[in-house]
Design a protein around this ligand. Sequence first.
Ligand code: PMV
Length: 360
Amino acid sequence: MKKEDFIYNNNFVAPLSGSSHWESPSNIALVKYWGKSDLQIPKNTSISFTLSKCLTNTKFDFVKKTNNSKLIDFEIYYNDNLKEDFKPKIQSFLERIVTYCPYILNYKFKINTINTFPHSSGIASSASGISALALCIMSLEKLINPKITDEYFYTKASFLARLGSGSACRSLKGSVNLWGAHSSFNSSSNLYSINFPYEVNDIFKTYHDAVLLVDKGIKTVSSTAGHNLMNNHPFGEKRFQIAQENTDKLSTILKNGDTNEFVKLVENEALMLHGLMMTSDPSYILIKPNTLRIIESIREFRFKNDIPVCFTLDAGANVHVLFPDKYSDKVYNFIETKLKVYCESNSYIKDCVGFGAKQL
Ligand code: PMV
């Protein structure tokens, strides 16, 4: 679909008031999105696991305005407390989508949101938060125009989420998602994410992701700044080419269930991401000494026990530990006894591959 297909331009009877309520998960990229042009047009394809425990729950109340004001009008709450500091991000998201959802100008909104993961855990809440809000807005669109299909509903929700925060577009549906145009995937697009369209071996459908919270602080360099540093990066073009190749390789691995190849590819992607940060101009480093201690311990444990456990990283110091369900007792025992000491306040989150967003 083209971006024009997402512009709402029908005239249907709009409800006077109502509400929608969605819960949406975070996701972890296996092939990383790093580098973009324009409003979150990715420089390469990415593939992610949808998570199931790191969720945002958003209730969205709307009332038709009684005046003709054409200003975006909303209040944002976190767990029933007014949050003025969340406002600029939501304001800019709503401004970006108004071309596609002009009906939002006719309403006043109350957005009440809460995360199931600790608020300042260093886990980005934008993927779950923005995708939940995009789904709430699409529920309003569905009330205005009940004829839209489920497929359009989710595709447009992903398109809107992308405008708010790139990786958020991969959070709507279950297990594995792909975003970014790629010649091996006919239905792939830079504008929205799709459910991974080929066979996925059962072993990956119950994968675990233990998120080790190494540093709960706010990142010193935002991901927006990081993406921008990929323009004119000395390794940029090569990186984008490798990511396209890794997308094909991962597609084969997901089909044949080769967990050893999975380990190699996923760790390489994570380290390449941080290598790109270290070689940007200006250069910066987001991993911490404890991130490296965890990485080394995981590699040693894997080698000694012949268990295909691996790590991946997002744009921060926390470590995602990925492993098949059948090894979960052994790996959780390893995390409890050897890894959690490297986490801030010994804390980590036991997550796993999930089924996507849910309407409540
Ligand atoms: O969606 P953003 O702008 O927060 O960028 C996400 C970037 C990574 O988490 C590092 C990789 C990814 O694909 O999610």
